[in-house]
Structures are given as structure tokens and as C-alpha cells.
Design a protein around this ligand. Structure first.
Ligand code: CUA
Length: 319
């Protein structure tokens, strides 16, 4: 009977069971205290009702054992919530280093997905079973929220910023994908499906459709076309930082601060070049704000990321 009326979405990721277990714990603790408190209210209301006009209850000053009990027990219960929740949070927000990276751009009203090999899709996300997948998410207009109930993941897509989420699918099949943040007229229609495939089928799926250049290759082409390579190359006249191997390294700024060259830093350097000028360089880089789409930006970032790596190409998409 309950299978035809599911209270919870399917559990289709490695973390889903753990999220549900914590949720059941929260539910049972809350449920237990709701029952306890309401029964006691009822019981005491009857037991200690006023029986005569002018009746005065006896004054009670303190009861140490009782007070210690109702401090210790709730303390333990909430510390379990805290410890359990924190440990789950760290798992849920620390993608493994070898995760397959997929880019997601939300826009009114669709989800645009780019795989590292260049395969693209809209309102669909194909992923391999049993591999950690890291999503880098952004929006090109308003705030959206990327939500896969069966994986128990939900992450905001915020314009001007990269957010990320990761999961490892534990079941093949097709699952719902939603936008979970009201984003305008067609918000309710901004959904799709996630298809979890066996790794070999995923590999095959990546190769179907028109052959595409990889994200890094597309980014390299844009790097030339937009004129980035004119300054960011060893032979250029304008002195601009060389970008080989910069990804993931600390960058000293003119302001004396040191920032990490991650996706967000590279993104800001392209769109808001005056914001964080690298130490020792003149602030001469033009802004590319409004001249480059979110997807192109992700391609350039992928290109820069693998600059200086052997071959300048991302590693294989699956292990
Ligand atoms: Cu996009 Cu709601």
C-alpha cells in the first residue's frame, strides 16, 4: 500500500540513506516530545485542576534531580543532532578529488549541462553509476536551485557565483530534476530528468550525437578568439601574467592579499579584472562583462585550468 503512496523519494545516491536516517532521528525526537508534552498538558490539566474557590497550590522551590535530568537528556539529544548533522554536512560538501566534473548553468527556464568532453544537454543530466560526480553550478539570470530529490541534493544556482554539489548515484534509472527556487513565470516547468547509466553505457552515450570539441579545447579556441592569448603569452608586448599552471595556486595581489586561483577567482579576473589585480602587474586588462556567456566562461576556465598540464586536456571522464 505504501509503495503506491511514497512519503519519501527513492534513495538513489550513496548519501540518500544517511540523509534519511538523520531525518528519521529528527522526526522521532520531535514526535516523542510532541506526544510527551501534549499528554502531560492533558494529564496535568485534569490532575491539578482547581477544585475549590480560593484554593492555593503549595509552593515548590526546586527539585535538583528533576532539573538535572531535563538539562542532560535534551543536551545529549541535540548534541547527537549536531555531531551527526555536521559529519553528514562534511560528507555532502566535500567532493572527492577524483570526481567527474559537470557544469550546470541555470537560466529562465532551463538547465544547460556541459560534460567535460563537450557533450551538452538541456534539462537532462546523464551520469555514470557508482562514480562521484561534482557539479559546478551557476545561473545566467536569476537565482535558481538545482534539486535532485532522489539524490538528496539541492544547491542554489546564483548569478555571478559558482556553487557546487556532488553525489554518487547508487542506482540506475531515471529520476526527477527540479528547480527549487521560484524564478519567474515558468519556474514550475523548469525541471527535467537525471539518467543514471552503467559506466560503459555512459561512455557510449558521450560518444553519440554530433562530435563535439572538449570543454578545454573550446575554451582554448575562445582564448584565441577573444584575444586573451595576445597578452597572456610569453611573447606578448603587454606584460600580463602567464596562466600556465595557475589553477589551484595562491596568487599574491596588489593589495597584499593572497587569493587562491580557483574557478571563482578566474571568473572574476575575466569579468571584473580591476577587482583583484595580481601583484606586479598594471591593471590594464579589459573587462569581458556582457561579452561572454556563462557557458563560454566555463570553457575558458576549464582551458586555463588544464594549461600547463600534460596535453592541456582534462583527464578521462571516468576512471
Ligand atoms: Cu529556475 Cu525556479
Amino acid at each position: 500500500m505504501w509503495s503506491s503512496f511514497p512519503l519519501f523519494p527513492e534513495q538513489a545516491s550513496t548519501i540518500a540513506g544517511r540523509v534519511d536516517a538523520l531525518y528519521y532521528y529528527l522526526l522521532s525526537v520531535s514526535g516523542f516530545f510532541i506526544l510527551l508534552i501534549f499528554s502531560l498538558i492533558l494529564y496535568f490539566a485534569i490532575k491539578y485542576r482547581r477544585r475549590a474557590e480560593g484554593e492555593q497550590p503549595p509552593q515548590i522551590s526546586a527539585n535538583l534531580p528533576l532539573e538535572v535530568t531535563w538539562i542532560i537528556i535534551p543536551f545529549i539529544l541535540v548534541m547527537v543532532m549536531f555531531g551527526w548533522g555536521a559529519s553528514l554536512y562534511f560528507t555532502a560538501f566535500s567532493p572527492p578529488a577524483d570526481a567527474l566534473e559537470i557544469f550546470v548553468v541555470g537560466k529562465q527556464w532551463m538547465w544547460k549541462v556541459q560534460h567535460p568532453d563537450g557533450r551538452r544537454e538541456i534539462d537532462e543530466l546523464h551520469v555514470p553509476l557508482g562514480y562521484p560526480v561534482k557539479l559546478t553550478i551557476t545561473s545566467q539570470d536569476v537565482i535558481h536551485s538545482f534539486y535532485i530529490p532522489a539524490f538528496r541534493i539541492k544547491m542554489d544556482a546564483v548569478p555571478g557565483r559558482y556553487t557546487s554539489a556532488w553525489f554518487e548515484a547508487s542506482k540506475t534509472g531515471t529520476f526527477h530534476l527540479f528547480c527549487a527556487e521560484y524564478c519567474g513565470t515558468a519556474h514550475a516547468g523548469m525541471g527535467g530528468r537525471v539518467v543514471v547509466m552503467k559506466p560503459s553505457e555512459y561512455e557510449q552515450w558521450l560518444r553519440t550525437g554530433a562530435p563535439q570539441e572538449s570543454l578545454a579545447a573550446a575554451g582554448g579556441r575562445l582564448f584565441q578568439q577573444l584575444g586573451c592569448s595576445g597578452c597572456h603569452s610569453p611573447s606578448s608586448i603587454v606584460r600580463a601574467p602567464l596562466l600556465d599552471g595557475i589553477y589551484g595556486k595562491p596568487v599574491p595581489l596588489q593589495s597584499g592579499q593572497v587569493v587562491l586561483a580557483d574557478e571563482s577567482y578566474i571568473r572574476d579576473s575575466i569579468l571584473l579584472p580591476q577587482k583583484d589585480v595580481a601583484a606586479g602587474y598594471a591593471p590594464v586588462m579589459p573587462s569581458f562583462q556582457g561579452r561572454i556567456s556563462e557557458e563560454d566562461l566555463l570553457q575558458i576556465i576549464t582551458y586555463i585550468r588544464f594549461l600547463g598540464d600534460e596535453g592541456g586536456e582534462p583527464r578521462k571522464t571516468t576512471r
